[in-house]
Each structure stands twice: as C-alpha cells, then as structure tokens.
Design a protein around this ligand. Structure first.
Ligand code: GLN
Length: 570
C-alpha cells in the first residue's frame, strides 16, 4: 500500500492523512516509545533517558521527546507545588522537569522540539484549520490530530538527524488526555513498518506487606490496557521497591507474549544514575538495538570509553564519604520536586568534591532574628534558590545576613541573588527600606526592579526573561576562576526583576563585586564578595542548577560545596 506522501495538506481523494516532512526517509530514524501503566510517577523519564544514554554511548544519535497530555502550551504557568519545577531550556522553552532528567543523563541540550503538549498540538491544528489547510475536510481526531503528532515526531527525527527518537508518553495508559498520542504511535509503528518502532511499557509490581510477596496482576491488567489500543509491548520494565524475581517476570512474560529476557526488573536504587549500568547488565540495551536493527551503526570502542567514565562516576556515588550539610531555603520545601535540579546539582558537585551532601530544608517563614543563628548553626553552607512573591523573603534576608557576617558559604540563585543585593543595600549601605518592587512597589529604594526594556510588556507568562544568554565574566574574580578563566559563559534565565543600575556604584564602593554582566547592557548577573571579606559568597541572577550534569557539575555549586567542606574541616 502506498501511503499519501503529502506535506501537511489534506485531500478529498484519500482517507489517509499522513503529513510527512519533505525529504523524510524511512529506516533512517527508529523510535523507542515509553508508556506507563498501573500508576503515574513510575519514572518513565528516568527509564527512557537511561536507555537513551546506553544507546548514545554506543555512538548512536538520540533525541528524546516528551508528549504531555495537558492543554497548557508550556509549563511556564504551572504551579511547582502541583507539577514539580519548571525546567527552562536554552531556547527559552519552559518545560516539565523530565526534560531536566534527559539533559542531565544524556549530557545534551534540548529545545522546544523535544517537548509537546496537547495544547500545542490542538493550537497548531486550529491555526491550520483557519488557514484553510484541510481543504474542506472535517477536522478529526483521526487522522488529523494523530497526523499532527506523527508529523512532530518525524520532524524531530529529521531536524536532529537522530538514529533513535525516544518518545515518552506522559500520564498513564487509559487516561483520556494521552489516548490520541497512543493511537498516533500505533499508526506510526504501522506506517514505519516492522523493526522500526520499539514499544516499552513500564508497570508497577505490588508487594502488599501483609502477603510478603510480589503480585503481578495489576501489571498484567495495565499491559492489557495498552494492548487494547492495538499496541503490543516489545520490552516491559517492572517498577518495584525490591528486585522483581524471575517467577513474577515469567508470569508477566506468559500473560503478554513478551520474552522473559525483555521483562526487566526496574527496582528502586540508591541513585538513578545506577540504572544505566543495571540495564546494561541485564542486556536491555542490546535487546533494543537488536529489535531495531541498529547493530551496524554501533561503535564498541566508543561504548567502552563512555562505560568506563560512567562506571567511575557510579563508584564515586557509592563510595563512603564524609558528610557536609547544606541548608536550602524555600517556600516549596514541602515538595522536593520543586527543587529537582537544585538537588541534582548539589549531588553532582558533592560527588565532584567527594563528600556526601545532606540537605537541610529551611522554611524561611519560620526564621526570625532570635532563631536564625540557631537554625543555621548546624549547616556548613547555604543556598537561597529562586522563587516568586513575598512569602518568606524577610527570613531569607536574615539567613543571608547571617551567612555574610559569619563567613558561612553562600550561593544565591535568581531570587537568592536579588535578596543578597537587598541585604547588602540595607545592612552595609544603610538603605533601610531597600527592597524589590516585586515585594513592595512603593519602596523608596527599589534596588531590584523590572527590567527597563520589559517594562512595557504585561501579562503572566509572557514577560519573563527566559532561556540561555551570554554572560560576561570579569577577569580576576571568584566567578572567573570558577568558570575556568572563561570571559564569556552561557547560562539560563527565568526572571522579571533585576538590579537597578543606578545603585551599582554605591554597592561597589561598599565592597560588593559584580563579576558577571550582560555583554552589552548594565544588567548585573553575578555578584560576589572578595575572598578577603568572605570565603564564598556568590550569587547569580541566572539558574546555574539547570546546566549541571553528572560528569560536568556546575562550577558555582562545586565552589559552594568545596567551601562548605573546608568550613566543616572534612
Ligand atoms: N521573582 C524574581 C523575578 O521575577 C526571581 C525569579 C526567580 O527566582 N526565578 O525576577
């Protein structure tokens, strides 16, 4: 059967609507699709990125995409309480925190093409409909919505020249939100042909304490649900607390026709970075390579090189290490997912410094002048991360004052940078009511205020300075040393407010050093106190945590942990 090779136009002559990007070549890119059943929160992103890493290590070019069910166009307006942190990509796209997992595990920058939501898909279709692209046809879930999904995946394949596109379907099989994605992927596998698409299904193995054994029924039912969509899994990953025994895996194999070698135990591990090696040990990567006929494209020498480097890292994770304690302040402390990238960046830089980092969460609404010394007494360093709004900010300022005066290593991020400026303005420069116009629009000393070139832009979500920007680093500063004596670096931003340039002279005269700036405009991006005043007091208007990678830990975090280690005498 010859499929219609159109480039996005519908026609009356065929029921097929399969818009291929111009020049699309079948067989070039293979697809691995990851679904989750039984429960959400199984770690599909961790599974998918670990498998993608193993294939990347073999010299294959991989490109992941997350398909989100929700109708928002991006994650920018989502509450971190509900949905975890907003992860900002270099091109300014605000995405789900899973994209952070992909970037970290793959050590690869991603962009807006790697993230789709139902909102984006529908919005594209409605725009096409208004532009008359469907030529009189009624626009339907099948083939038009599914066609749009397939088009996205094939465009990603072409634009990134990928050997393998990893598709993670958000949510759980059976949700209404993601059902059109699942249907699109069934169609994709049919159109691409045998051996082009590998379906992986994550399930959850229950282990009721009263029974004391693992039960596979819920998993079987979940996988059956996927099969009702016309998709037969090629690989099954069984999530569980403890290793999933052969008997349970055999049972799942028997009920699903998936060979037991392809039923993998994905039990809890002390670090997610142990998962690739676990998968490799079970031969899961080779199974997928075999199924997709990618053997000829793999490079064993390359693979060995990466494997050794990763293994060394994993050994460092597992080694006994002295502990340092880092305080992290924040208003979302009750939900760790809101700080996923910070936690990861701390982990990476802890391993680089060969210490175990214990995070001490500090709810700053509880901090006051009487208890600040006691609360911070037990930590060897402190981070004030990004945030929005007034809640807890006075407590943060008290924490920063304590850090500045007692030589406690300090790293401020975004709001933590702004709060450090406010603390300095108030307590060193004597500007008693200095603050940010975000917190008090009427202040007489708005040391932090809206970006001048953005003052005219209004509306939630649209007026933020977002994504990767170049930062000019001043030679001879701490930042310059941290960044390997580079004068220009690139970091990711997500903020509205900035230091009011009219105060800079005053701050600098009092000893504050702005060691990172916008290359052209008077926008302050890194501040520090000189070594003679403080062992480590550094803050950034950008989000250093977003670019920390296991084998490339972010220098500002590495510097903090190093200073904390020295302070702790470890
Ligand atoms: N609320 C501050 C601003 O908008 C800081 C933002 C942040 O920490 N991400 O500038």
């Amino acid at each position: 059967m010859e499929l219609l090779q159109s480039v996005g136009k519908s026609t009356d002559e065929s029921e097929f609507y399969t818009p291929y990007p111009a020049g699309y070549k079948k067989d070039k890119t293979k697809f691995v699709v990851v679904f989750g059943t039984v429960i959400s929160g199984l770690g599909k992103g961790i599974f998918s990125s670990s498998l993608a890493k193993l294939l990347k290590d073999k010299g294959l070019k991989v490109s992941p995409i997350k398909l989100e069910g929700y109708l928002n166009i991006d994650s920018g307006t989502l509450n971190p309480f509900r949905h975890g942190e907003v992860f900002v990509l270099d091109d300014g796209m605000e995405t789900d925190m899973d994209l952070g997992t992909y970037e970290r595990v793959l050590d690869q920058n991603l962009g807006r093409k790697n993230f789709a939501t139902s909102g984006q898909i529908y919005s594209t279709i409605l725009n096409k409909e208004r532009a008359g692209d469907y030529l009189g046809r009624d626009v339907q879930m099948i083939p038009h919505v599914t066609g749009e999904v397939k088009l996205r995946l094939r465009e990603l394949a072409m634009n990134t020249d990928a050997d393998v596109v990893f598709v993670e379907v958000g949510g759980t099989v059976g949700d209404i939100e993601n059902s059109f994605y699942i249907e699109a992927l069934r169609e994709l596998s049919y159109e691409e042909g045998p051996g082009q698409v590998c379906f992986a299904c994550l399930c959850y193995i229950l282990a009721p304490p009263a029974l004391g054994e693992q039960k596979s029924k819920a998993a079987q039912l979940g996988i059956k649900r996927l099969m009702e969509y016309g998709i037969h899994p090629d690989v099954i990953a069984c999530r569980a607390e403890d290793e999933v025994g052969l008997k349970v895996r055999e049972k799942i194999s028997l009920f699903t026709n998936v060979p037991v070698e392809c039923v993998f135990s994905m039990h809890d591990l002390s670090s997610i970075y142990l998962l690739p090696e676990n998968m490799r040990a079970e031969g899961l990567d080779d199974q997928v390579v075999e199924q997709l006929g990618l053997k000829d494209r793999c490079d064993a020498v390359e693979e060995e090189k990466h494997r050794i480097a990763w293994q060394a890292y994993v050994e460092k994770i597992q080694a006994e290490k002295p502990t340092v304690r880092i305080g992290v302040t924040g208003k979302y402390v009750s939900l760790r997912d809101s700080y996923a990238s910070i936690i990861k960046a701390i982990e990476h830089s802890g391993i680089a410094n060969e210490v175990e980092v214990e995070i001490v969460w500090i709810e700053t609404t509880d901090v006051n002048e009487e208890n600040v010394d006691e609360i911070l007494g037990g930590v060897d360093g402190i981070i004030v991360p990004g945030g929005f709004g007034k809640r807890g900010t006075e407590g943060k300022i008290l924490c920063i004052e304590h850090a500045r005066k007692t030589g406690l290593p300090y790293l401020g991020i975004c709001l933590g940078f702004q709060m450090a400026v406010i603390e300095f303005a108030r307590n060193v420069c004597g500007l008693a009511d200095a603050t940010s116009t975000e917190l008090d629009p009427e202040t007489t000393h708005p040391v932090i205020s809206i970006l001048p070139d953005q003052k005219l832009i209004e509306g939630l979500g649209g007026n933020m300075r977002l994504g990767g920007q170049d930062v000019q680093i001043t030679p001879g500063t701490i930042a310059y040393d941290l960044y390997g004596q580079k004068e220009q670096i690139r970091q990711r931003f997500r903020h509205r407010y900035e230091v009011d340039p009219s105060y800079i002279e005053q701050f600098e005269a009092a000893g504050l050093v702005f060691s990172g700036r916008h290359p052209e405009h008077p926008i302050m991006q890194v501040l520090e106190l000189p070594k003679k005043m403080h062992p480590y007091f550094v803050a950034a208007q950008y989000h250093p945590e977003l670019t920390s990678r296991p084998l490339n830990p972010q220098p500002m975090f590495v510097g903090l942990i190093e200073a904390a280690k020295t302070r702790a005498g470890k």
